[in-house]
Design a protein around this ligand. Structure first.
Ligand code: G6P
Length: 613
């Protein structure tokens, strides 16, 4: 994880005193076939063969892969391959993925190699060679499996501290200093990527209707988005616990969110440090800031836990516990799933089944996208969570041997049946570049609340019908799918699903021989963003110098670029000027933005001090 340099505190602002607000840019020019009669009809309605995509997967036999359509044989396949985890109440159906016996046989040695790699990883091998790190998220729910007692104690101690702290906040043993409510009522979580997606998913999935503390998120450096969250809190800012989450402790978006929130606290006359909590690695910029400023609490992020697999660390557990979610149950669910997914028998290991299906469906090269469709509103954010877990882990340019492979597996989806009214049309009939994962929840509502909205049929029956209708309709058109079924959305089942996908990603990464635990590609965008901001500072310095002349010297974009010694950056300079002009910065641009060569720029105010700085 990259970090930004400098103190985790406000830097000198780029905003200048304004003489004129006048920005004189002229107006910016930027300025269905017959419906089938029944589900059985659907299953019979289309061609018996399945044209495979153009692939380089030599394990797929031939160019045509038959997908079983005979209802009797399909039922046999369903029964034959159905996986059930009794204690977790979880089923996995892979019968609608067309893998063949020949494929399984050819995959077996690769699968065994992957199991071995996972075993070594769990024992503490440096499974992330680029960053020379161990990969230990599995220890978080089974501390006794940690490679040494120091790590075991760290995990256990942190978990106890999380539970104690959450209890003290909820019971108002720890109170905000100046809230009329006399207790914390809100959580504002500031973090991005793996430091936000898990907590967002779990909050949506598991928070009770009336949680002890309600949670909201700042997960971007969009000032309007931040303003919106703070405005929504209103006077409740006084009873808001701000949890700043960043493994590296230096992610710019998170730093900016913190600075914006701290400003809101100052303006409301509140003492941020009495309401701030940091979750980060020891001695990170954020950790040091929190320590020096005397924040309410600090919780550790461990070096050997990656952001996208941090849901069972303080990152996910603290916000969950504060919302009244049973985090020990989440951990039990994950630990039970971990146990099941250590099996080296493919058909008895749900994560192995998943990864094997991904390999089949996407030819081991990501040739098809994974559409994740939970038929349950509370699981809406599962696909978003999986997007990072899967795509940041598997989307790699090079394999572990340094070969260019450009691997990955695209994940998208929201929820059913909602998405049936949006893009399922294309899935059924359009470009065949995906496979689906349905997430089915058997329990519609808590017991005692159901009613029949027409004779013999409940609202939940409709949802059930939509799921299975879509599954059948897609399959009838040769669109493959996996179905994960859970009894209910509970802390235990959510913990199990997180663990299931974490392991499936790990196994799949081993199958395709890539490092799933680094993210070198993310750094390029961060570095380029830093360069844009550095260029903006140079542009401002050049404009300042020209604006201090008597008379003021308006500059063309070419002149600015030359004086910045960056003629190749002229387009970026144009975008910088455009952005500043749109935001009432002390900058005067004449001409038409539609004709960039006509634009002349100067500053509304000359800053002599800065010229000699
Ligand atoms: O937790 P942080 O260090 O702030 O990182 C937040 C996110 O930043 C990055 O861009 C990484 O690619 C993600 O894996 C990470 O989750």
């Amino acid at each position: 994880m990259a970090s930004i340099s400098g103190a985790f505190s406000p830097s000198s602002t780029l905003l200048r005193p304004r003489r004129h607000q006048s920005v004189v840019f002229s107006a910016f020019p930027f300025r269905r076939l017959r419906p089938p009669q029944s589900i059985a009809d659907l299953s019979r309605s289309s061609s018996p063969s399945y044209p495979s995509s153009s692939t380089n997967n030599s394990l797929k036999p031939g160019s045509v892969c038959p997908v079983e359509k005979d209802p009797k044989k399909l039922w046999d396949r369903y029964v034959d391959w159905l996986y059930q985890h009794k204690e977790l109440g979880l089923f996995l159906d892979v019968s609608r993925i067309g893998f063949t016996d020949e494929f399984l046989e050819k995959m077996e040695p690769k699968m065994q190699k992957a199991f071995q790699a996972m075993k070594e990883l769990e024992k503490g091998a440096i499974a992330n060679p680029d960053e020379k790190r161990m990969v230990g998220h599995y220890w978080l729910r089974s501390p006794h499996l940690s490679p040494n007692t120091y790590l075991k104690d760290q995990i256990e101690k942190t978990l106890d501290r999380i539970c104690e702290f959450a209890e003290a906040i909820i019971s108002a043993k720890i109170k905000p200093p100046s809230s009329p409510a006399g207790r914390f009522t809100q959580i504002l979580s500031v973090g991005i990527g793996g430091s936000s997606l898990g907590p967002q998913f779990v909050a949506e999935a598991l928070a009770p209707d009336n949680p002890p503390l309600k949670i909201r998120f700042i997960d971007n450096t969009d000032p309007a988005g931040i303003d919106h969250q703070i405005a929504q809190l209103g006077p409740e800012l006084a009873s808001t616990l701000v949890i700043v989450i960043s493994k590296s402790g230096g992610t710019p978006e998170t730093r900016n969110g913190l600075l914006e929130v701290q400003k809101a606290f100052r303006e409301a006359g509140l003492n941020f440090s009495k309401q701030g909590v940091a979750i980060t690695q020891e001695n990170s910029l954020l950790d040091n800031t929190a320590r020096i400023e005397g924040w309410l609490a600090r919780f550790p992020m461990f070096d050997w836990v990656g952001g996208r697999t941090s849901e069972m660390s303080a990152v996910g557990l603290l916000p969950a516990a504060l919302q009244g979610i049973d985090i020990r149950e989440m951990l039990v669910g994950a630990a039970l799933m971990d146990e099941a997914t250590r099996s080296t028998v493919v058909r008895e290991n749900p994560a192995a089944l998943l990864s094997m299906c991904w390999y089949w469906a996407s030819d081991g090269v990501g040739s098809k996208d994974m559409v994740v469709l939970p038929y349950k509103d509370s699981l809406l954010l599962f696909s978003r969570y999986l997007q990072q877990l899967v795509m940041e882990s598997l989307g790699k340019e090079f394999d572990l041997d340094g070969n260019r492979v450009n691997q990955g597996l695209t994940v998208y989806g929201n929820k059913g049946s909602t998405d049936q009214h949006a893009y399922i049309q294309q899935l059924r009939e359009g470009v065949h570049n995906f496979f689906v994962t349905f997430i089915e929840v058997l329990r519609d509502r808590p017991p005692g609340h159901d009613w029949e909205l027409e004779p013999g049929v409940t609202c939940g029956d409709y949802l059930f019908g939509m799921l299975h209708g879509t599954r059948s309709a897609l399959y009838a058109n040769d669109r493959e799918s996996i179905t994960v079924t859970v009894q209910e959305v509970t802390p235990r089942s959510v913990g199990a699903m997180v663990a299931l996908y974490e392991r499936a990603v790990g196994i799949y990464a081993a199958l395709i021989n890539i490092n799933a635990y680094h993210q070198p590609g993310v750094e390029a965008g961060k570095k380029a963003a830093g360069e844009v901001l550095a260029l903006q500072k140079r542009v401002l310095a050049v404009l300042n110098e020209a604006s201090c002349k008597e008379p003021v010297e308006p500059l063309t974009l070419d002149e600015i670029a030359d004086r910045c010694h960056a003629p190749e950056e002229i387009e970026m300079i144009y975008k910088i000027i455009q952005h500043m002009a749109a935001n009432d910065r002390a900058l005067i641009a004449e001409g038409s933005c539609g004709s960039p060569r006509s634009v002349k720029v100067f500053l509304g105010e000359c800053n002599v001090d800065e010229m000699y700085a």
